[in-house]
Write a protein that binds this ligand. Sequence first.
Ligand SMILES: [Zn+2]
Length: 217
Amino acid sequence: MNIILLGPPGAGKGTQARRLVEERDMVQLSTGDMLRAARSSGTEMGKRVAAIMDAGELVTDEIVIGLIEERLTTDNAPGGFIFDGFPRTLAQADALGALLTRLGQELGTVIEMAVDDEALVARITARATCGDCGEVYNDITKPIPEDGKCLKCGGSDFRRRADDNEESLKKRLLEYYKKTSPLIGYYYAKDLLQTVDGLDSVEGVAAAIAKALKAAE
Ligand SMILES: [Zn+2]
């Protein structure tokens, strides 16, 4: 089943997407990862992407849709695809819908990870990741172990995103509300929207997502 994870920056979409990849054989398509992969692939599309990014310009919707099409038609995804961070606008949602229809594929459900703004700001500024394995930590819910070693890989190179400070987060939130939050109504009208409490524990959110996937089967 193909799904979209929708929610403001820091709602935990990436964490949940990684779980779905591990547990359900799904493939995660996040715009950032796709662009990086395209760049290093050396394909025609990859060269276009590299040229645009090197010039400091924004990659157009058309190119992102082109990359998604490449992945949808070549990747082996027994459990389906997870769109994470795309679509971000109504125009992108229309384009994605048209692409899926053209490929004879469907969108199974859209899961909104709803979070309270203030709690989100507190949560995202508390976040750190292991630079070696990508394990995510949080000062409040899952602190870095006292011995300073990653629980998963034993590494000690923890990183905090440079943009995880309050001001830049608020900017990204505003961007989300202006451009992306209309997608909630858009998919609701298409009878595809399900909402989970993004502020629940990682386990709790995962359980709610599992329930939503079952309901969409
Ligand atoms: Zn690690």
